[in-house]
Design a protein around this ligand. Structure first.
Ligand SMILES: *Cc1c(COP(=O)(O)O)cnc(C)c1O
Length: 356
């Protein structure tokens, strides 16, 4: 039986994307060769890379002046590449600490310079997004995390700054309409909402690069990758191909605007049940709730065995909460159909019936 996959990452992907990817591994474009055994310099693969990059620009509605890269090393390597490329010698950057990933970004950046954490929600296990903080004016950039995968919080109002704005969008890229041209650098590990693990999307404004006065190792220098059209070294051909198919799928649905409507409906359905059903309570502060990762707990821990039985029997997978939060986390990324969310809501309602 095909399971309802609520995993936080690697994530659910559209069924048709999985099918096409599987076919390409056997015979790509009717070449009689596998996608993963042809040269990344062959026309067939160069076309994939170019299409993936142009779909990103189109879906994010980016103006000219941005480069799109598919790199390796995950979002975790971007924690280091960002300061390497943007933090001036002797400069300073401001970070907003909204979770474990944000804190890891701070830790890496500190290897290279003066990092100020200007706001943090660590005091309440990151169950909210800090607001009303002051952004210093003398910084090289401000770094934020749009969606906090572990805690189920999401930034609705981004920091306003005249400095460069950098955002880790790993777990909500392509899920909602934003003015992406407000950001100078966006990065996202593919495996949360775009494709398999193994490639990282980077969107960077060209004019901000080359200004730090640092010597940057070639593999960590965005300019090396831009000059080589994302093929400075052998790219992760399979993850890039699957990402391209997912982007085509989003475009086919009507783009980010259309997918956002579906995401809103799924999140509303699930949050309404959490708020209505006396057996459950939400983890994240209501106004900061994520549309992608829905975190909740049982009001009575004694219900755990009964509820776990119910969702297991319904074919649900991957809703165990992160160890730092406990409880449950239902990740309802782009490819999650609303029918699967209804199955989860149904299991929650069955729990209520059992105990009434
Ligand atoms: C998963 C995640 C990361 C880490 O991604 P990797 O690609 O595994 O390095 C970073 N930031 C956020 C917000 C994440 O959800």
């Amino acid at each position: 039986m095909k399971k309802h996959n609520f995993s936080a990452g690697p994530c659910i992907l559209p069924q048709e994307v999985l099918k096409k990817s599987a076919e390409a591994v056997i015979d790509f474009n009717g070449l009689g060769l596998s996608l993963i055994e042809i040269s990344h310099r062959s026309k067939d693969f160069v076309d994939v890379m170019e299409k993936a990059r142009s779909l990103v620009k189109e879906l994010l509605n980016l103006p000219d002046g941005y480069s799109v890269l598919f790199l390796q090393g995950g979002a975790s390597l971007e924690f280091l590449m960002t300061p390497y490329n943007l933090l001036k010698e002797g400069g300073k950057a401001a970070y907003i600490d909204t979770g474990v990933w944000a804190a890891k970004a701070v830790k890496e950046a500190k290897l290279l310079g003066d990092i100020e954490v200007i706001a943090s929600s660590k005091d309440k296990v990151y169950n909210y997004i800090p607001k009303n903080y002051t952004i210093p004016t003398n910084v090289d950039y401000v770094h934020c995390t749009s969606n906090n995968t572990i805690y189920g919080t999401q930034i609705k109002e981004f920091p306003k700054t005249d400095s460069l704005l950098v955002c880790d969008m790993s777990s909500d890229i392509f899920s909602r309409v934003l003015d992406f041209s407000k950001f100078d650098l966006i990065y996202a590990g593919a495996q949360k909402n775009m494709g398999p693990a193994g490639t990282t999307l980077v969107v960077v404004k060209d004019e901000i690069l080359g200004k730090t006065g640092r010597t940057i190792p070639a593999m960590l220098d965005y300019q090396s990758h831009i000059k080589a059209d994302s093929m400075f070294n052998t790219p992760a051909v399979f993850p890039v191909y699957v990402s391209m198919l997912t982007l085509e799928w989003i475009k086919g649905l009507g783009g980010i605007q259309a997918i956002e409507k579906l995401n809103d409906a799924k999140a509303e359905l699930l949050y309404n049940e959490i708020d209505r059903n006396p057996h459950f309570k939400g983890f994240a502060k209501n106004e900061d709730r994520s549309l992608m990762n829905v975190t909740f707990n049982l009001t009575n821990e004694a219900d755990k065995e009964a509820f776990d039985k119910l969702w297991n029997a319904a074919g649900i997978s991957g809703i165990k909460g992160h160890r730092s939060v406990g409880g449950y986390r239902a990740s309802i990324y782009n490819a999650m159909p609303i029918e699967s969310v209804k199955i989860l809501v149904d299991a929650m309602q069955q729990l209520e019936k059992q105990f009434s």
